[in-house]
Design a protein around this ligand. Structure first.
Ligand code: GLN
Length: 540
């Protein structure tokens, strides 16, 4: 039977509940358990796919094509598990399911209420991960020893209330088989030279007033917490001293599992559940990765050309670059290069460029200039999704001489292919799409690599599978003209013949992918494209 670990957060947001959840998953895996991690986001959007990155950071895409919160990226990068649409839930999805049932008449005339109908639906979605009979295309045929459920937002938010009620009920029902790990913040007041536990006490009280007694507290802090302070929190919050764990700021998120293991977070979880703890496992390859990171002195400089000047918008790309650099004994120094006001001097200072994904026209001319600079200066360049599309437009305009070339995404009213070469066009299957949410080409698709291509050499195989999130595609009508001048298609979808990879002949490293390789790079399995890109950038 599966056991449940609920991860909640208090005091402030952005404490890193996702990293703690992923670390718990990692440590339990190391003890031989099968785990999965799920996130509930309390917002009303059905999924974050329609959300502006300024509001929500990156949208992570699962193999089965769900647009999800970026924490799912951490879960996959830390643990190597493959998440699915069942691992990402929102208030919107839950209400939608309940309302659909009501319209079908499933509730047989009852009044539909937050309790029990919404809370039951939440409980069902937590527990469905434990049900191996759920018929789903991917991943759900297996049962898990532990289901870790992270509740987004902060205790006390109005939106979180139904989730807390569902957890309260489940904890009551499951007894020892469920624990609650509550993450809070212990601020340091400089003026008073003191660490303050009051916000933690209040946050635990708030949780208790919802009927939930946390079993374990993880205290986020910028300074070390001594035993006296931990004992004080334990006393105020009805939590055993050994269950007061501190999570100090560390140089890298990947150090967190090690720090949690040192303090026995996984051991106390098992003890609370009445499971024999056994020996502390060696983190092995994970430690090797950390060792490489700590020893890396030299730097590889990568420019990210994009329009969102916030670090969360390109999370998976940044982590993928960092994984690859680590295995090449380097630190990666990532410079954000705003594509709206492209600064050529910044391009010059880089060892390699990533032209980032995106939507809408803003900043695309800068991406085109960056692609041109990389092409003309033999600078290693990886274009991802919109980035790849901009590589194609750049080539059309400046090599093929089609000055008007553009993507259909940026077509003006009344503009047709008679006047404009739409080298990037709307995919056939997208032409009748009217709804925005969840309707793109999403999730994993096969890609056949061309014999003798750079891409095939990098992957070391011919058939790959990568995740997608787009509506537009390379226009195959123009492929001959591109290939004749050296920008060739080196990866294709075997069913639909869509161009998935373009690469430049004779260039040191110039590859554009319609898919997003960054969704598949993990700590222990860095992605081959990022590995080879970084290696070449270092060589330069
Ligand atoms: N806007 C482009 C499309 O929809 C690219 C999307 C992306 O970069 N993820 O095709």
């Amino acid at each position: 039977m599966s056991k449940y670990i609920f991860v909640t957060g208090g005091v402030v947001s952005s404490l890193g509940k996702g990293i703690i959840s992923a670390s718990i998953g990692k440590l339990l895996q190391k003890r031989g358990y099968k785990i999965t991690i799920q996130k509930f986001d309390p917002y009303i959007n059905i999924d974050p796919g329609t959300l502006n990155p300024y509001e929500h950071g990156e949208c992570y895409v699962t193999a089965d094509g769900m647009e999800t919160d970026l924490d799912l990226g951490h879960y996959e990068r830390f643990t190597g598990i493959q998440t699915t649409r069942h691992n990402s839930q929102t208030t919107g999805r839950i209400y939608q399911a309940v309302i659909d049932k009501e319209r079908r008449g499933d509730y047989l005339g009852h009044t539909i209420q937050v309790v029990p109908h919404i809370t039951d639906e939440i409980k069902r979605r937590i527990q469905q991960l434990a049900n191996p009979s759920v018929d789903d295309k991917m991943g759900m045929g297996e049962s898990y020893d532990f289901i870790i459920t992270e509740i987004g937002g902060t205790i006390g938010d109005m939106e979180s209330a139904p989730f807390l009620e569902a957890i309260r009920q489940l904890k009551w029902q499951l007894g020892k088989d469920a624990v609650c790990v509550h993450l809070t913040y212990v601020p340091y007041l400089k003026a008073a030279c003191e660490l303050k536990t009051k916000p933690t006490q209040h946050s635990v009280k708030e949780l208790q007033s919802a009927g939930i007694q946390p079993d374990i507290l993880v205290l986020r802090t910028e300074k070390h917490l001594d035993d006296h302070l931990r004992a004080k929190v334990a006393g105020f919050c009805n939590v055993d001293l050994e269950c007061i764990i501190q999570s100090e700021d560390l140089p890298s998120i990947y150090e967190v599992p090690v720090n949690m293991q040192k303090q026995g977070l996984d051991a106390v979880i098992l003890r609370k559940m009445g499971i024999p703890v056994g020996e502390t496992p060696d983190l092995g390859e994970w430690n090797h990765f950390l060792e490489l990171r700590r020893n890396a002195k030299d730097v590889v400089r990568i420019g990210l050309v994009g329009k969102y000047d916030l670090q969360d918008a390109y999370k998976s790309i940044m982590e993928s670059l960092s994984h690859a650099a680590t295995y090449h004994h380097r630190k990666v120094s990532i410079s954000f290069i705003p594509s709206e006001h492209l600064d050529k001097d910044m391009l010059e200072a880089q060892d390699g460029l990533v032209v980032c994904p995106g939507f809408g026209q803003r900043g695309t001319e800068g991406k085109i200039l960056a692609a041109q600079y990389a092409r003309e200066h033999d600078l290693p360049c990886l274009g991802i999704c919109l980035g790849m599309q901009m590589m194609v437009i750049e080539f059309a305009r400046n090599v093929l001489g089609w000055k008007e070339a553009k993507s259909r995404e940026f077509a003006n009213e009344g503009e047709t292919e008679d006047g404009v070469p739409f080298v990037i066009d709307l995919m056939e299957e997208q032409k009748c799409v009217s709804q925005m949410g969840g309707t793109m080409r999403l999730g994993a698709y096969d890609c056949q690599l061309a014999d003798g291509s750079h891409a095939a050499a990098i992957y070391g195989k011919r058939l790959i599978s990568e995740r997608h999130r787009h509506r537009y595609e390379f226009n195959n009508a123009f492929l001959g003209a591109f290939e004749a001048r050296g920008l060739v298609c080196s990866g294709r979808n075997p069913d639909a013949q869509l161009v998935e990879i373009v690469e430049m002949k004779g260039h040191r490293w110039y590859i554009g992918t319609q898919f997003h390789p960054e969704y598949q790079s993990t700590v222990l399995h860095p992605h081959p494209l990022f590995m080879d890109f970084i290696k070449t950038a270092i060589g330069k």
